[in-house]
Design a protein around this ligand. Structure first.
Ligand SMILES: [Zn+2]
Length: 165
C-alpha cells in the first residue's frame, strides 16, 4: 500500500537529505524547495488561526526543476483544500446541529466532532496517496514523511540518530 514512510529525527537535528530529487529520485537535482511545518497539538487543531503563527521548522528539500512545482503545489493545495473543507463543514454542520435544540454545552463539542469527522475521506485519501514529501512537527521530534520507501531509507542512512516511524 502506498502509504508514506516516516523517518523521525530529534527536533534539534539538522536533517541531511540524499543528493537526489525526493519526487523522481534523479541524482544531483540541483534545485530544492522549502518545506515548513509547525507543531499542532490536538487543542490547536480546533483553532485554525494558530496554524499560521508561532515557531516553525523549515527544511530545504532537494527536488529537480521538473518536480519542484509538483512538490510545492501538492503541499499548498492540501492546506487550501483542508481550510476550505473545514469552512464548508462548519457552514453546513453547525445549523444542522443547532436544529436539534441541544443545550449549548453539548451542541458545541458535538459540532466540532462532526466537523472533524467530516474530514475523514480527505485524511484517508492523503494517507493512501501521500505527497512525495511532508513533515510533521512534534514536541521533541520531527517526522519526515516520504512517499518513496527507497528514498526514505536513503534519508535514514544519511542521518545518524534517525529512526523509522
Ligand atoms: Zn525530480
Amino acid at each position: 500500500m502506498p502509504m508514506s514512510i516516516d523517518v523521525s529525527l530529534p527536533r534539534a537535528a539538522a536533517p541531511v537529505f540524499p543528493d537526489a530529487c525526493c519526487v523522481c529520485d534523479a541524482a544531483r537535482p540541483g534545485s530544492s524547495f522549502e518545506a515548513k511545518g509547525r507543531r499542532t497539538s490536538g487543542f490547536e487543531f480546533l483553532l485554525p488561526w494558530l496554524w499560521f503563527v508561532g515557531p516553525r521548522v523549515r527544511v530545504t528539500v532537494p527536488a529537480c526543476a521538473g518536480c519542484r512545482p509538483q512538490a510545492l503545489a501538492s503541499r499548498r493545495w492540501r492546506t487550501v483544500i483542508l481550510v476550505a473543507w473545514l469552512a464548508a463543514a462548519l457552514y453546513f454542520v453547525m445549523p444542522w446541529i443547532k436544529s436539534f435544540d441541544l443545550p449549548r454545552a453539548l451542541a458545541r463539542p458535538l459540532g466540532v466532532l462532526a466537523v472533524l469527522a467530516s474530514t475523514a475521506p480527505l485524511v484517508a485519501w492523503w494517507t493512501f496517496r501521500p505527497p512525495a514529501f511532508d513533515l510533521t512537527v512534534h514536541k521533541d521530534t520531527v517526522e519526515y514523511e516520504f512517499a518513496s520507501r527507497a528514498y526514505a531509507l536513503r534519508f535514514l542512512a544519511c542521518n545518524p540518530g534517525a529512526r523509522i516511524g
